[in-house]
Write a protein that binds this ligand. Sequence first.
Ligand code: PMP
Length: 359
Amino acid sequence: MGFYELAEKALALEKAGRKVVRLNVGDTNLPTPQCAIDAAVGSLKRSKSGYCSSAGLPELRQKIAEREGCDARNVVVGPGSKHLLYGLMSVLCKAGGTVAFPSPSWPAYGLACRQLGLKAHEIKTTFDARWEFRPAEALARRPKLLVICNPLNPTSTIYAEKTMTDTIAGAQEAGITVVLDEAYKGLAFRDVPRYEGGTVIRVRSFSKEFNMEGWRLGYAVAPEEVVKKLVSFNQVATTCTAPFVQMAGIACLEDEKAILEENRKAWRSRSEAAQKALAKAGFRFVKPDAGIYVFATHPGITDAEAFAAGLLETEVIAVAPGTEFGGYNSFIRICVNQPEDGLADAIGRMGRFLEKGPT
Ligand code: PMP
């Protein structure tokens, strides 16, 4: 059972009254900051519900520019970073081409390529190399775009600074655009440098950093000519991002330090509880450097899709099979989105399910 099929099945079970532990999807299960809710409601009460600029509200673009150390002209807002990543592939690969990305990878990159008729090139990495990729390999096929997710979904690891700077320098020389997907940057347990350069585009999301998955808010920081293309894409695809959602985004950025500090604390504690329970149950994983996932393997897992389907059926616990993240059939991805004792309990049950062997 694949990732999306499993997610639907878990929801259907929940709707039928079963208590499903949903560790499969990257839902934070943390409350949206009150300041965001107040700002959105205030905006709606003032009837700020018409269309707005396809580039984003000027006030939000300005706030993002301050956060990112760039000019507001280099910022474009969209309804979620997924929309902007798809938009970037669409506008920058009009004539076709290859999109490369280190693997394991978030499934949406490959799916977007398929949708757009682009060639996806997965740069395979290994557990033993701590999921690090080699810059020369990343650039070897001269992709049109090189998408690097940092911290990485599904492993929550951070690429070494030298890997990143060497890759960006090489890409610049070869005229390859690097898209940095930084959806989890604010949830990193240590500082992630700001990577810049002529051909670097950074994409960020409010979904995980500010617990706003369903609100749909993200942005890209890009050279002005790319911003113009993305604005055209927004005009065609969505007109604008809901203004009250953007007002909520401004409120979050005004209180960013406190919100992110609290969220990082929660993720660190949940992640550590999950790691302890996973180790006890015989799983192996590269220690996460960030929220919100652990990508783990177990000698008893050889077909991750079958394992995930069986676990859902028997224990009513949903996990994401590693298969979908680039064919990692002995791995599962767990989103550590439960209180610590809930995680320990679910992982303990997973371990016992594995001990029983194939049914
Ligand atoms: N990038 C990565 C790596 C993700 O995991 C996600 C969400 N799962 C996104 C981007 C998209 O986030 P959103 O569209 O909610 O901003």
